[in-house]
Design a protein around this ligand. Structure first.
Ligand code: AFP
Length: 365
């Protein structure tokens, strides 16, 4: 397969990568439709305040989160770009409580498209990189899909990807044969292959987590982060760097470019939530991209891609990136669950502080 970085367009790449697959032509056509919607979203985000699309709506989405104007516009761009081509049987979005049924005027296809139209949207008003995350599943039956048809484990994705609207707009995707990055040539309007076959280093000294939640984390996460902060003076014997952009797509992109680990663990701040990130349209697609690039994606207690979804907007704990760092996190969780870990008390709970483990582990106050 002749893939020239800097020359190969997305369409040519998909023709080559999907040649010979029984669903190849339709899958490629769907990804081209998604890429077209991404270009429309890129144009909207690039206008910033000049486009009149910043700010929040007086509305909340199914997650109970304030909806940004761009959340809705990005959602509509994907729906309108992908509903008519006879390639999808149905769609599901972070912004829609129930799955989107393809209007009767359009033919249904054999794929389900699941997406977060604008991840990191709390950053749009402060001009920080945001993204679109998408996942493609199969739906063979002729009948319109029910919600249960979307509840497939991430290992059954036939494609996954994200767009990152940063200084450059990039599309990063996998069709099951590696993870590859494309950069939008704005003058021509083409996505050009610039980062073929991305590979994540097995080791890293860079972690990303919202440390303001530290007192609410489970002990194995507190232990891991505490050791990273202790640097060369502690267990790890080397210094670590920390990043937090509050836009998962940007964190994942950095990890695909240079390694690292991203954590959004479950915390006791809201005991009813097993995590912040949604399984079907955030965790699963990025988990596939990370693992296709040689990394690993876990809940801390198991591989994300093997989870059987129980609900469309289900949340999960997410720890992903450099394989050896995520394996260490799983080991810490296993030791904790077996009661083998030393009674780890984070420095947060030392004699001088107001916090005691019984406060943090139980009530979360
Ligand atoms: P928004 O889309 O509501 O901005 O949430 C983004 C996100 O789901 C993920 O992209 C970030 O990593 C995470 O939330 C940021 O969470 P914090 O607000 O706790 O930093």
């Amino acid at each position: 397969m002749n893939m020239q970085s800097g020359r190969t367009t997305l369409s040519k790449f998909l023709i080559e990568q999907l040649r010979g697959r029984d669903d190849g032509a339709d899958l490629g056509a769907l990804l081209v439709d998604v890429a077209a919607a991404v270009k429309a979203i890129a144009a909207m985000t690039a206008k910033g305040a000049l486009g009149g699309v910043l700010g929040a709506l007086d509305a909340r989405n199914v997650q109970g989160e304030t909806q940004k104007k761009l959340d809705v516009l990005a959602n509509d761009a994907i729906i309108q770009g992908c509903e008519w081509g006879g390639l999808v049987a149905g769609m599901a979005s972070e912004e829609l409580e129930a799955p989107y049924a393809i209007p009767a005027e359009f033919k249904r296809g054999k794929f389900l498209l699941v997406f977060d139209p604008l991840d990191g949207s709390s950053n749009t008003d402060v001009n920080v990189s945001v993204g679109t995350i998408f996942s493609v599943l199969r739906h063979e039956p002729e009948a319109a899909p029910a919600e249960a048809d979307f509840l497939q484990p991430g290992s059954r994705q036939v494609a996954a990807g994200y767009a990152i609207y940063g200084p450059a707009t990039m599309l990063v995707l996998t069709v099951g044969a590696g993870t590859h990055g494309f950069t939008l040539d704005r003058e021509v309007g083409n996505f050009i292959l610039t980062h073929p076959q991305l590979a994540i280093p097995e080791d890293s000294s860079e972690f990303a987590i919202n440390t303001s939640n530290e007192r609410f984390w489970e002990p194995p996460v507190q232990r891991y982060v505490c050791e990273c902060k202790a640097g060369r003076s502690g267990e790890r014997g080397r210094d670590f760097n920390m990043r937090w952009i509050a836009s998962m797509v940007a964190e994942v992109h950095r990890i695909l470019m240079r390694g690292g680990v991203f954590l959004y663990p479950k915390d006791t701040k809201d005991p009813g939530k097993p995590g912040r990130l949604r399984l079907l349209y955030e965790a699963n697609p990025v988990a596939l991209l990370i693992e296709q690039a040689g990394g690993y994606a876990s809940t801390g207690r198991g591989r994300i891609l093997e989870l059987e979804p129980g609900a469309l907007h289900q949340r999960v704990p997410v720890m992903l990136g450099s394989r050896n760092e995520v394996a260490r996190l799983e080991r810490y969780h296993a030791e904790h669950d077996r009661g083998d870990d030393q009674p780890f008390v984070s420095p947060l709970f030392n004699e001088r502080s107001l916090y005691r483990p019984e406060m943090a582990l139980g009530s979360g106050k």
